[in-house]
Design a protein. Structure first.
Length: 381
């Protein structure tokens, strides 16, 4: 492979071809863009607009004014812009944008790392029962990994960066981490539901590291040094990808289609909830959502809620409401939504509106969790 910029590769290649055997010809030539300043001018010493890479990584004399972005930001800028256009603009705005992307990624990685801190290694080979939400996110994770591999094989590094940004913002942070944090924080430490979430987050952490590792190896090494399942303190994490267990998702194409259809439906329902006339001054977590649906819709939503009424189903968590009531009605097409103030009280422990008896302070789930916790003698503290 031969890597050069667009202005110099033709003459160099011509000279090269005059002096070598055809057997030595390069099989691939990659031409990156030509670096220009923020106004589009060619960088030149005479113009005084040349940007020193060390100035980006280490900062200028006044660090408050000339920020030290570090090598990760520089490498991310090269990957996300180097092969996208014939000219590569560099400016403080673009560097700040790259720094924000990496900061968002690091925050997600820290959350995932903390979430799997007590995840037993043996469960990687023998995962607990997965919920419908867990399976759906693993499906998204597999598709994300496949896209990333295709982009790397085609040297489309800018699309790698875009795919990572979209996945972290939309699928990981806004969706999966948001709807499963209640299981992660409030279920018992030995709960199968919590372990299933940890299993998914374990694979999310590994897959993300494989995705950004070639672009930001230093961040990958840092991540490896804190990984609870690391095997060698001296080896960067992305060098051991061949030792990682693949994502285990035993579903066929029909089930994949059903999962995607189900979550597309739930997304539409969630958007429509806020278009209905809602009780004044109530948050979504204080609502009871009554869904009247036809038979196909009912069968699809049953993947997320088996009971007709529930405060702890996956459907409740995704819609971010207190209670969901499913009613089947063959006389309608699709679904209708009715939002009311919930009859339940807030739980003092998990802070969800799921306490049926107003005389109780915590919900039944939290009672079960607290019963198995060791008692603490306050007077001895």
């Amino acid at each position: 492979m031969y890597l050069t910029n667009r202005l110099s590769w033709l003459p160099i290649e011509y000279t090269y071809l005059q002096n070598v055997s055809p057997l030595c010809l390069r099989r691939k030539v990659i031409v990156h863009g030509f670096a220009v300043d923020e106004t589009g001018r060619k960088m030149s010493k005479s113009l005084g607009n040349v940007v020193d890479p060390q100035f980006i990584t280490r900062g200028g004399p006044n660090l408050k004014q000339d920020t030290a972005y570090g090598v990760d930001v520089l490498r991310w800028w090269v990957a996300s812009h180097g092969l996208q256009h014939t000219t590569i603009s560099i400016s403080n705005r673009l560097l700040e944008e790259c720094a924000d992307n990496i900061k968002r990624l690091r925050n997600s990685l820290k959350f995932l790392m903390g979430s799997i801190d007590d995840f037993p290694e043996y469960l990687v080979l023998d995962p607990p029962p997965l919920s419908t939400t867990d399976k759906y996110f693993l499906l998204l994770l597999q598709e994300f990994e496949s896209r990333i591999n295709d982009f790397y094989r085609g040297y489309q590094y800018n699309r790698v960066c875009t795919a990572i940004n979209n996945f972290v913002s939309n699928d990981l942070s806004s969706f999966y981490c948001h709807v499963t944090k209640d299981k992660l924080y409030c279920d018992g430490s030995k709960s199968n539901k919590r372990k299933a979430v940890q299993y998914v987050m374990y694979h999310a952490l590994n897959t993300l590291t494989k995705a950004f590792g070639p672009i930001m190896p230093i961040l990958a090494e840092e991540l490896y040094s804190y990984h609870p399942h690391r095997t060698d303190d001296s080896s960067p994490y992305f060098f051991e990808f061949d030792k990682l267990q693949p994502i285990h998702l035993d579903i066929d194409n029909v089930e994949k289609t059903e999962l995607k259809s189900c979550f597309q439906l739930v997304k539409a329902i969630k958007e429509n909830i806020f278009k209905e006339e809602m009780p004044i001054n109530l948050k979504s977590s204080e609502l009871k959502c009554i869904l009247t649906v036809d038979s196909p819709t009912y069968d699809s939503l049953k993947l997320l809620q088996e009971d007709g009424e529930s405060v702890n189903s996956d459907l409740t968590a995704i819609l971010q409401v207190s209670t969901v009531i499913l009613n089947k009605d063959e006389g309608i097409r699709g679904y209708s939504i009715e939002a009311r103030a919930t009859d339940h009280s807030v739980c003092d422990r998990c802070r969800r509106f799921c306490v049926e008896d107003s005389n109780d302070e915590i919900c039944d789930r939290c009672k079960d969790v607290l019963e198995v916790l060791p008692t603490v003698n306050v007077s001895s503290i």
